[in-house]
Ligand binder design. Structure first.
Ligand code: GBH
Length: 482
């Protein structure tokens, strides 16, 4: 495996780098490393992936189809008609991928489980081969000193549930999720100590049932969409209860949410207050409901007759106390104070606002500081993790065998600098999962967008750690921003 070693990278930079050239004549040829911004001792560094994006092996060992199999095989739905049929073939190459993590020095790894490997029909009889696969992966991680963090639902809903009950249009799917979550917790909680219920409520509800950009690709009317959102929240809540009931004592439960991150346009008390008001309002159908056990009056009033139908028992389940909260953080939304009753206004982005290779991925590194701080101050969660952060880049595998993804390093370095700021200010941030370990199947964008710190040649499945891997390894080794 060709990769940057800590020493050879240093040599390369010293030989040809600007720093060496700028040194006074009598200085040593090795310029000292800048003082690094340190993270608290024991900070958990890792990477994240998701089952459909990396596994492939879609028809193996009894796996049932998911909505993404059907959607990606429907002409016109994904870039170039790309599917996750093979993806990174991690189903067969997981040992190699665990070694990539080990070489990074990762302490933790966030992986997701494919529901339809465990319950091919969504409910009913579990498939022993499905659970056996994840037992193998988890055991290999543990053997290599890496603590697995397991996401139970990263969008690959069993197609059988879509066909039988309309997927997230029915609370039967929320109940089916709880059964599945409880079953996995029972089977794996002897070796997995952290579970996430759902990944990004807005993506498998709004993007999937309102905008139709993600599987199953529906465009429902507002009342139905609000009900879908509610069923997503309910799946999370019933899932928390089912995991607690089935898992060994001490098992920690949380969720991974991409709450809209409201960044104050200027860091002054009135603007910060506006951003925090916005945080509650903008996330009303999702994280606010989970943290507060009710939909905000503003949300219910705005939706009127289209508001979700709900019961007290459901809202109680939805707001089950969590051991930790995971935040997937990518892009800022800027907020300012104003004199409206809401007390805030969203600020639109100038056309010139910079973004990464994905058009939506606007770069505002302070987003990660404000994600942690707003959520901490508004809801006071016990513990926080960044469950995803990272970016796409138009990576090129150079003739020398390396990928110099300097833009990704820039993105990561600046986000980690802002995360360190939150950590030293004392917010309860415990760890960081970089998205992603590998280039992978980027949903509707297919293979056109690479998010990995490891380059994957999708023809040969050859893995090549990029420059950003060397950056991340150095960061992990020093527990400080490299
Ligand atoms: C996360 O979603 C996912 O959890 C992960 O699976 C994914 O690979 C990763 O981020 C990178 O995308 O095309 O303008 O309509 C992040 C949330 C939702 C952001 C879909 C981009 C499409 C915006 N994503 N959204 S647009």
């Amino acid at each position: 495996m060709k990769e940057f070693s800590r020493r050879s990278l240093a040599r390369r930079l010293a030989a040809g780098g600007v720093a060496a050239a700028a040194l006074p004549k009598n200085a040593s040829s090795q310029s000292p490393a800048p003082k690094r911004l340190a993270f608290p001792a024991g900070f958990k560094w890792g990477c994240a992936t998701a089952s459909y994006q990396i596994e492939g092996a879609v028809a193996e060992d009894g796996r049932g189809p998911s909505v993404w199999d059907k959607f990606s095989h429907t002409p016109g739905k994904t870039h170039n008609g790309d599917t996750g049929d093979v993806a990174d073939d991690s189903y067969h190459r997981y040992k190699e991928d665990v070694q990539l993590l080990k070489n990074l020095g990762a302490k933790v790894y966030r992986l997701s489980i494919s529901w339809s490997r465990i319950f091919p029909e969504g409910t009913g009889k579990p498939n022993e081969k499905g659970i056996a696969y994840y037992e193998k992966v988890v055991d290999d991680l543990l053997t290599n000193g890496i603590d697995p963090y397991v996401t139970l639902f990263h969008w690959d809903l069993p197609q059988a549930l879509q066909d039988r009950v309309g997927g997230w249009q029915s609370s039967d799917t929320s109940k089916a999720f709880a059964q599945y979550a409880g079953y996995v917790a029972k089977r794996l909680s002897d070796r997995v100590h952290h579970f996430f219920t759902t990944n990004e409520l807005v993506c498998f509800t709004d993007l999937s049932y309102k905008i139709g950009q993600f599987a199953p690709g529906l465009e429902l009317r507002p009342a139905l969409v609000n009900q879908v959102r509610h069923h997503g929240c309910l799946a999370h809540g019933l899932g928390v209860q089912a995991i607690r009931a089935a898992a060994r004592p001490g098992t920690q439960v949380g969720m991974a949410e991409n709450a809209v991150v409201c960044v104050p346009v200027v860091e002054t008390p009135p603007e910060i207050a506006a951003a925090q008001k916005a945080t509650r309002q903008i996330n009303a159908p999702f994280l606010t409901a989970v943290m507060e056990g009710k939909y905000t009056d503003a949300y219910l009033t705005k939706e009127g007759a289209d508001a979700p139908k709900q019961t007290d028992a459901e809202m109680k389940a939805i707001s089950s106390p969590l051991d930790f909260l995971g935040l997937n953080v990518y892009t800022p939304e800027y907020v300012r104070s104003d004199d409206s009753p809401a007390g805030f206004a969203m600020v639109s982005r100038p056309v010139s606002f910079p973004h990464m290779a994905s058009n939506w991925l606007y770069i505002g590194p302070e987003v990660i500081y404000w994600a942690v701080r707003n959520v901490s101050e508004v809801w006071k969660p016990k513990e926080l993790y960044i469950t995803e952060n990272g970016c796409s880049s138009d990576d090129v595998l150079e003739k020398d065998g390396h990928v110099y993804d300097t833009d990704r390093v820039m993105y990561l370095r600046n986000h980690l600098t802002q995360l360190q700021r939150a950590a030293v200010e004392g917010y309860p941030i415990k760890g960081y999962f970089l998205w992603s370990l590998l280039d992978n199947y980027e949903w509707a964008d297919g293979y056109s967008k690479r998010f990995g710190i490891t380059y994957v040649d999708f023809k040969t499945q050859k893995r090549t750690p990029k420059l950003s891997s060397a950056f991340y390894r150095e960061t992990i080794a020093s527990n400080a921003v490299a």
